[in-house]
Ligand binder design. Sequence first.
Ligand code: BGC
Length: 479
Amino acid sequence: MEKENVSQPGKKTKMTAYVLVAAAIAAIGGILFGFDTGVISGAILFIVKQWNLTHKQAELATSSVLIGAVLGALAGGLLGDRLGRRLSIIYATVLFLAGTLIVSIADGMTSFLIGRVLIGAAIGVASFMVPLYISELAPAHIRGSMVSLNQFAVTVGILVSYGVNYYYASTQNWRAMFAVGAVPGLILLFGMYALPDSPRWLFSVGLREAAEKVLRKIRGTPEVTEELAEIDEAIRSESGGKVSDLLAPPVRLALIIGVGLAILQQVTGVNTVIYYAPAIFKGAGLQSDTAAIAATSGIGVVNVLFTGVSLWLIDRVGRRPLLLWSVAGMTVALMVLGLGFALRGDEAEAGGGGLGLITAVTLMVYIAFFAIGLGPIFWLLIAEIYPLKLRAPGMSVATVANWGANFVVAYTFLTLASLLGKAGIFWFYGLMGVITWLFVDRLVPETKGKTLEEIEEYFITRAGPSRKGREQSGLRRAS
Ligand code: BGC
């Protein structure tokens, strides 16, 4: 069991208004992510009607964004280091705006799918490039809440999409539903244009003066020598940075943690709840559409509120305790949900409200526990655990795994539900919860308050004294 802190607490660098504004602007990328996760659930109903889509076509229209996200995350990993964090986000936003335009004026399935894949690709890049960018700007002692602003924005984006779906439902204007996404897209584009790149990336490509200038600006002090020296030392001690280096010992563990958490974040069922909440509520006895939709919006609100709570706790309590409590709570909620469905009898058949109410409350408890831990902390940890030169490719691999698992879960839910039954499927996700808890307990280190360079050093030390391993990974122990 790995409980110890990574090393000495990082320096208390000042939090300036500038760095906060920069993080808040970049986090708008999270709104795009959340908005496009949620908007399709409302829009698809009207698209199916208008274009007479078959079940398969409707599935494709929904999943195209996830396929695009896998491709985008992959490309982002390859291009991220060459373009830099800032330009990667800017290009992704241009892609997002183009996709949004195409979807909003699509005259048939082909153009619609092209637009959705473009939007997906953009979100695939932004979903990891934004946490990466923020983590490289933030002072260590509040990096957790600053990076998690991105996840907060994801939940706000989901909630806004529910509101937008509701607003345009009466006119069945699905084009307008998608078009609204252009508003945060444009704000992000102009905002990122005005911001500098991350000092760590600038340094890593040899732009030392520019890095120093940015560091002075974001720290609000000319005294940045110590932080610069730390970054310099980390960069000097890394060589290579080839994607294959991800498999060398010190980085391999970070890779296992990143990819493992990526998959576990999805196979514990969160998007089943987000995509299928109305259907789950109906299945549990909340018969009216209005009750099912109200309960779904409730889930959106709880997701935002508890992500807010996590932002407050994450740098105080630490990543590990929050993650462990989060996964334990989710697992218990999943077991109770399964039990609820297993016990459903005549009452639910008759449309009784008792089980419906218990299901609604338990789903909210589940999402609250997801929101305080596994939701934000997965994205935070993958922005913290890779060495600078492998940060973009390392995050990219974890992000590909996350979107890939998201796709698989979405596509197996209905089949699994008919195979295992509703109770069985929640118990299955509960079992995944137990595995997640053990995985976190065994492997995830506490990164609270450490500088990124200290975290890098921790992984080198933990990989043991093997010189060969460090050389293979392009890392050596900082002296
Ligand atoms: C997950 C998404 C999910 C969202 C819900 C994110 O952390 O990666 O798949 O839809 O949280 O809030």
